[in-house]
Ligand binder design. Structure first.
Ligand code: NAD
Ligand code: DAU
Length: 350
């Protein structure tokens, strides 16, 4: 099948979701240029299976580097820029939000300015901003929709909200063709271990306690990263310019239940002698300003674009646990070089 869109810039393409999206794009025959600073959470190894593909190029650069960006974008034409580049870890943002403001707001502004030139060179160019459901804050019951108000609580969420507002302002002010996606919590292979799912799996495999913030009753709405990437691909190809799409897979559960699901998978795949991994669960000091619940209503993308999540939650989670069992060398290297599993976000408490 011929695709109208051919040449993509993927910023943040060496991160968790970005690298899955790059793989999908290469599989679909797109020409992909990744710009990624390779911060603590980015890894070129995540792109090992596409690195030698003739349609793939990689630049280890920051979206904050004006000199590089000006040089890079001069003369070149692209069909779309998909921006995954961000500081993404909530506890880290509570510890220190400076880099979050820089990358998630100033970085987005720089990409938007350059995109105006890319649009002048190619009228079908579009800018896709990958955002999060956290911009809407916390919802006690019911679900977020495209009509929900922005009410971010953590510095991370506030910085992503700032980025989203800039994106929409460039649509209204300059007519830049933009689309924003807001997805719920992703899980899947090769996620950075500062996030809940990989952190618990990796701690369990080291026989360390599994930290559950507060009472564990907070709820998150989980989606497999591959379903998220399929949704982004569909939006890239068929999404309506100027629109926002919420993406979720209707798996809203309590953190304690998610922890128990992970433990059940581990009990199945690598049983301990005479005990369950659940014995490692420990309730610890809550996250400051901890959002109680996220839940997504994805009717818009389902009804208008025909998207459906394909991966069954329990099966997807078990496959993810298996990935960590089979890829110990990858996460051991990350623990050694980038993040050793320590608690973040409690130092600034007043
Ligand atoms: P991640 O932390 O795994 O990856 C972020 C990537 O951005 C890394 O490769 C990092 O090196 C790169 N990066 C950071 N600062 C940069 C800069 N200044 N210049 C260039 N590259 C830079 O994050 P992720 O989980 O893959 O999230 C990707 C995007 O999806 C983010 O925008 C995030 O807000 C959004 N999102 C994530 C989730 C989730 O559950 N993980 C859910 C919804 C939305
Ligand atoms: O909703 C989408 C967002 O999901 C993304 O935009 C963010 O980038 C991503 O980090 C994620 O934010 P959360 O705060 O929901 O994710 P995190 O993995 O940090 O935590 C998930 C839940 O688990 C949250 O309620 C806090 C809790 N938690 C987390 C950790 C790391 C624990 O109970 N113990 C932990 O050790």
């Amino acid at each position: 099948m011929e695709y109208k869109i051919k040449k993509l810039i993927v910023t943040g393409g060496a991160g968790f979701i970005g690298s899955h999206f790059v793989r999908l794009s290469i599989e679909k025959g797109f020409n992909v240029t990744v710009i990624d600073k390779l911060t603590y959470s980015g890894s070129l190894e995540a792109l090992n299976d596409v690195r030698n593909n003739k349609n793939f190029k990689f630049y280890k650069e920051s979206i904050l580097d004006d000199k590089f960006l000006l040089e890079f974008f001069r003369e070149k034409q692209y069909d779309a820029l998909i921006n995954f580049a961000a500081e993404t870890h909530v506890d880290r943002s509570i510890e220190n939000s400076a880099d979050f403001v820089l990358t998630n707001i100033v970085g987005v502004q720089k990409l938007l300015d350059l995109s105006i030139d890319l649009h002048k060179k190619n009228q079908s160019f579009k800018f896709i901003q990958i955002s999060t459901d956290e911009v809407f804050g916390s919802i006690k019951s019911g679900s977020f929709s495209e009509n929900s108000k922005y009410k971010p609580n953590s510095p991370y969420a506030a910085s992503k909200a700032g980025g989203d507002h800039l994106v929409l302002s460039y649509y209204k002010t300059y007519g830049l063709p933009v689309i924003i996606t807001n997805c719920s919590n992703n899980y899947g292979n090769n996620q950075f271990p500062e996030k809940f799912v990989p952190l618990l799996i990796i701690k369990a495999l080291q026989n360390l306690y599994l930290p559950i913030y507060g009472n564990g009753n907070q709820m998150r709405d989980w989606i497999n990263v591959k379903d998220h990437c399929d949704a982004i691909m569909l939006i890239l190809e068929q999404g309506v310019i100027g629109e926002q799409y919420l993406i979720g897979a209707d798996n809203c559960i309590r953190n304690i239940d998610m922890a128990e699901k992970i433990c059940n998978s581990l009990d199945d795949l690598l049983p301990l002698k005479n005990k369950s991994y659940k014995n490692l669960i420990k309730f610890v000091t809550d996250r400051p300003g901890h959002d109680y619940r996220y839940s997504i209503n994805s009717n818009k993308i389902k009804n208008e674009l025909g998207w459906r999540p394909k991966i069954d939650f329990d099966r997807g989670l078990k496959e993810t646990v298996k990935w960590y069992l089979n890829n110990k060398t990858i996460w051991e290297k990350t623990l050694k070089e980038n993040y050793s599993g320590q608690r973040l976000g409690l130092n600034k408490l007043i």
